[in-house]
Design a protein around this ligand. Structure first.
Ligand code: GLN
Length: 545
């Protein structure tokens, strides 16, 4: 069986150049040529996983099938490749150290002094090669988080240097992503920052094989020649990555630049089969040629940072393309929604999505937004905390249970319609202690959910601690809020709907983690369809006046 090949993606000059998108785009091109590819992200911070990080720090926490709380780049990998990732695809410095320290406590190092080199670097190398072990993949792409030259990246860079030496040039390759800034005063693109960053990499013993240059302007042949000469790479290995209007254009841009062909050449892999991007391009065509527009309000409390709701925003792009609709998302801070502002803020919307979240801040605004959607027949989707808010709103305003709440927000509420399970009450640690990952759900026949999924058995990914309180199920049900999806083992409620409303669905799980370009999530597709209908009816009613 052929050896697994390894590609490392490092970054220089500046952060946020889009290593994740470049890695995912290259992976897409290789996959489209028939290679089996996976991507891994190594993050140089001390948190064991991003689960305990505030979304303002690194954006959304992405959850895999196996319940790993990971970096949002894994979301891009899945959305581009339509292949599941797992815990092994995201490793942090914290996890590396945790595992080395546990081994030391078990006495596995036989009395040796435990050091960064070789113990930490060996652990990193092992984690990288873990994915290639069972020959499940032809190519493993490893993205090294951070910027070359950072103190915290050093052990990773050293591990890459060693692996490249051990595996040989035909089996391992380094792609360095840098910035070629444009100085408007001089009217020129500048190559010096890239030269310095390649030199920094070289000081650690790594020669970049391919340079991907982020730029706002086309790289001329002269600039390409200069970069090649001073950075020690072939001219065809200088790849331009110009700003794109959508991340989904990047695979085609990389194809045009020949990133996949230089990669295959260097790894001595066949280039015979050209990439088949038919399905991808069909999606792009629909995405770029919408027949109408809708406006959907995303009600959350981390709205200042777009990355906090990355998977939700991407799911709307997939679902919009599926419906040939341009979905305009209006991010609305729930803290600023109240009786006097609500009309102004949300009455023009064609759909309302109440976002996931934690803690008390901004929840009353979310409850008000749910009420508006319910009373005005606006299509509504509540995700996780958004579903919990829908239950609370219904309990307060339809069942008249005054001060109904979740015990997360009000531990003393007289009506805990959302509550902790007994098992959760004992837990004091915050990291990795939620209901995480994929769980089965049984759907009631004849429900909206049944129509949406076309089946009664689904599984979806979770990330929450609190649950719908079944003690209130009969009361909620008989008054019009039906539970239409439940966990077959625990009987926990996963889906609620209001059949008397045109489209009102709340889900305890996160459908956004499973939406991909090749397979847009059914719930988002159906929600966007409902908003399209609502918007057309609204326009029709205005015309008829
Ligand atoms: N804070 C809620 C819980 O823990 C919802 C979590 C979420 O929206 N992801 O249950």
């Amino acid at each position: 069986m052929a050896e697994t090949k390894y590609i490392f993606v490092t970054g220089g000059v500046s952060s946020s150049l889009g290593k994740g998108i470049i890695a995912a785009s290259l992976a897409k091109l290789l996959q489209a040529r028939g290679y089996k590819v996976t991507i891994q992200k190594l993050d140089p911070y001390i948190n064991v996983d991003p689960g305990t990080l505030n979304p303002y720090e690194h954006g959304e926490c992405y959850v895999t099938e196996d319940g790993a709380e990971t970096d949002l780049d894994l979301g891009h990998y899945e959305r581009f490749l339509n292949v599941n990732t797992s815990q092994a695809n995201n490793v942090t410095t914290g996890r590396i150290y945790q595992s080395v320290i546990e081994k030391e406590r078990r006495g596995e190092f036989l009395g040796k002094t435990v050091q960064v080199v070789p113990h930490i670097t060996n652990e990193i190398k092992e984690r990288i090669q873990l994915l290639g072990k069972n020959h499940e993949y032809d190519i493993v792409i490893t993205e090294i988080g951070g910027t070359v030259g950072d103190i915290e990246s050093l052990p990773y860079i050293e591990a890459v240097r060693q692996l490249k030496w051990e595996l040989g040039d035909d089996n391992a390759l380094v792609i360095h992503l840098t910035l070629v800034p444009y100085l408007s005063a001089a009217g020129e693109l500048k190559t010096k920052p890239t030269q310095h960053s390649v030199k920094t990499l070289m000081e650690s013993g790594i020669r970049a094989d391919i340079l991907v240059c982020r730029t706002e302007h086309e790289l001329s042949d002269d600039i390409r020649r200069k970069l090649a000469l001073f950075c020690n790479v072939k001219q065809e290995a200088v790849i331009q990555s110009i700003d794109a209007s959508t991340i989904y254009d990047v695979p085609n841009m990389m194809l045009e630049e020949g990133l996949d062909t230089v990669t295959l050449q260097k790894l001595k892999l066949s280039q015979e089969t050209p990439p088949n991007l038919d399905q991808w391009n069909q999606f792009l065509k629909r995405h770029k040629n919408p027949t109408c527009e809708v406006s959907i309000g995303l009600i959350g409390k981390y709205v200042e940072l777009q990355d906090s709701y990355k998977s939700i925003l991407e799911s709307f792009i997939h679902a919009g393309a599926a419906n040939e609709v341009k979905v305009n998302i209006e991010s609305i801070h729930s803290e600023f929604i109240n009786d006097s502002t609500i009309k102004n803020k949300i009455s023009h919307l064609d759909g309302i999505l109440v976002a996931p979240g934690f803690g008390e801040r901004g929840i009353e605004g979310k409850v008000d937004a749910v009420r508006y959607a319910r009373e005005h027949n606006v299509p509504f989707l509540g995700i996780c905390l958004g579903m919990q808010m829908a239950v609370i709103e219904f309990a307060r305003n339809v069942l008249h249970l005054k001060d109904a709440n979740s015990t997360e927000m009000d531990p003393k509420t007289p009506h805990p319609v959302i509550d902790l399970m007994e098992e959760q009450k004992e837990i004091t640690h915050l990291g990795g202690t939620m209901r995480l990952g994929s769980w089965e759900c049984k759907i009631k026949e004849g429900s909206i959910a049944h129509q949406v999924y076309g089946t009664t058995k689904i599984s979806e990914r979770h990330r929450h601690r609190y649950e719908y309180n079944n003690k209130y199920a009969a009361q909620l049900d008989s008054n019009g809020m039906k539970s239409t999806g439940t966990n077959p083992k625990t009987n926990l409620v996963e889906i609620i709907e209001i059949p008397d409303h045109p489209w009102f669905v709340g889900v305890q799980y996160h459908p956004e983690y499973k939406s991909t370009v090749a397979s847009p999530h059914q719930l988002f597709v159906a929600f966007v369809k409902a908003t399209k209908k609502y918007s057309q009816e609204k326009k029709g009613a205005i015309l008829a006046q």
